[in-house]
Design a protein around this ligand. Structure first.
Ligand code: FRU
Length: 472
């Protein structure tokens, strides 16, 4: 181990010694950084029965900074064990950050592919788009999921097509018909977002193969692409920067969604309209993986970069952000739906069933399920000020008070147009709410900061069930 790696390791441990696990807004079910900042999920996989979730981690700076990979493991995707930081920015090819990437599990080995971010020293003639930075593709392997090989540099910018800027990142790797494929997000020199596909015979030697793009330009940068097969339906998930125009007003600054793919991105393909994974305030950079029993599970960063209206109230506790609760992605006809992973069922304890309305106080971590919604009549209030309501053809998530010190931390409104509301599942942790509508065809996710857990719902003619979620 180099002296730099050794020092970074010791500094991380030192920072973590000061972690305040007792912070008031600390979550119970959701994965958070021990200290400092977390963003994207990385290297998600089930390996030899154990779930692994790596994450973009900045332990020294609660507002983000140079990125490491932190590491959690779990037997059930609910209770996670922190395993420490595993990949440090300690090489010339990743010295400005161990950026996002994915895992390929094969023949008893874990292959982790990531982007080595390099930002060259400040110079006036660097624009940091076409010049002044590098994005290198790096591989690390592991036999036990806990000890990792040396880093191996696989590709650098000169290996990528020459019409791309230096923004190429976030490799996701899969195997199809005996060959390996890698998709990366990119920004072209004409400022359009694309996904770039590479191919390999041996997981180590890679060559550019093809690209995926929309007919008309769609944003200036695509991040974290993911090619997912949901029960035979192929979808391309991308996190997009630079969507502007009427359609995107009242939305987040960046979007995470997917295209349905007709054909195969490796051959002839057509992309559908872009659909959002989530309509809430806090959702970005999702990554999928397949469980050993064949489910597609999706985890995202429950956060949003460059989000000015917002004051995250956990900063005062020395940490920031968490992941979404793991979600199964499944089909309902031609709709792609999401629901909390079924492992949650064994932790649910039903406290009450009612029709028409319900009021519950004093439970910060719960699931509420409202079924048989009649004539779209639905309204719920969480933590006294987060309002979920169907009105005028829309489902709204809005805050009663936009004071930065309040439950909202400065947020106002998000909505989705929908004709008919049938059911609502609300998964609430100490400082987050995930709301699944119509079996998860629409989802709204947000952080919020209530003083006390409280739940009120009214839905005339519907059944309302309330489950407390217990810790092991
Ligand atoms: C998405 C992202 C990725 C990048 C990582 C850096 O949130 O910008 O494209 O690899 O975060 O932390």
């Amino acid at each position: 181990m180099s002296a730099l790696t050794n020092d970074l390791k010791q500094l991380t441990v030192l920072a973590e010694k000061h972690a305040r696990w007792d912070g008031f807004f600390r979550q119970q079910l959701h994965l958070m950084p021990p200290v400092g900042w977390l963003n994207d999920p990385n290297g998600l996989c089930q390996f030899k029965g154990i779930y692994h979730s790596f994450f973009q981690y900045a332990p020294f700076n609660v507002n983000g900074g140079v990125k490491l990979w932190g590491h959690y493991t779990s037997a059930d995707m609910i209770d996670w064990k922190y395993e420490g930081a595993v990949l440090y920015p300690d090489q010339p090819f990743d010295c400005s950050g161990v950026y996002s990437g994915s895992a390929l599990v094969e023949e008893g080995r874990m292959y982790l592919y990531y982007t080595g971010n390099v930002k060259l020293e400040d110079r006036e003639d660097y624009d940091y788009i076409c010049t002044g930075r590098e994005a290198n593709t790096i591989l690390v392997t592991s036999e036990d999921g806990l000890h990792f090989s040396r880093k191996r540099e696989l590709m650098r910018n000169s290996d990528y097509p020459s019409d791309l800027t230096m923004h190429v990142r976030d490799p996701k790797v899969w195997k199809e018909d005996g060959k390996y494929y890698m998709i990366q997000g990119a920004r072209t020199k004409k400022n359009t977002g694309q996904a770039i596909v590479f191919q390999s015979e041996d997981r180590r030697n890679w060559a550019y193969r093809s690209r995926v793009c929309t007919d008309k330009p769609f944003g200036y940068m695509w991040e974290c692409p993911d090619y997912i097969n949901v029960e035979g339906m192929k979808i391309l998930s991308v996190s997009v920067q630079g969507l502007t125009g009427a359609e995107w007003v009242d939305h987040n600054v960046y979007q995470s969604g997917y295209f349905l793919v007709k054909g195969n991105i490796l051959g002839e393909y057509g992309l559908s309209e872009y659909r959002l994974w989530d309509y809430g305030f806090d959702y970005y950079a999702p990554q999928s993986f397949q469980t050993e029993d064949g489910r597609v599970v999706l985890i995202a960063w429950m956060g949003m970069p460059d989000c000015e209206e917002y004051t995250n109230r956990t900063i005062e506790e020395g940490w920031q952000h968490c992941f979404t609760f793991p979600r199964e992605v499944y089909r309902k006809g031609d709709a792609i739906c999401q629901r909390p992973v079924r492992e949650l069922e064994s932790r649910k304890q039903k406290l009450m069933t009612a029709s028409d309305s319900m009021n519950m106080e004093g439970h910060p971590v719960y699931e509420a399920y409202i079924s048989g919604v009649k004539k779209n009549q639905f309204r719920a209030v969480l933590g006294k000020e987060l309002i979920l309501e169907y009105r005028s053809g829309r489902f709204e998530m809005r805050f009663a008070d936009q004071n930065r010190e309040s439950v909202s931390a400065g947020r106002s409104l998000r909505y989705a147009d929908m004709e008919k509301l049938e059911n609502v599942r609300i998964l609430t942790d100490v400082s987050s709410a995930e709301v699944f509508l119509n079996d998860g065809e629409f989802v709204f996710t947000t952080r919020y900061y209530p003083e006390k857990g409280s739940f009120f719902a009214e839905a005339k003619g519907a059944e309302i069930e309330f489950f407390k979620i217990t810790q092991n």
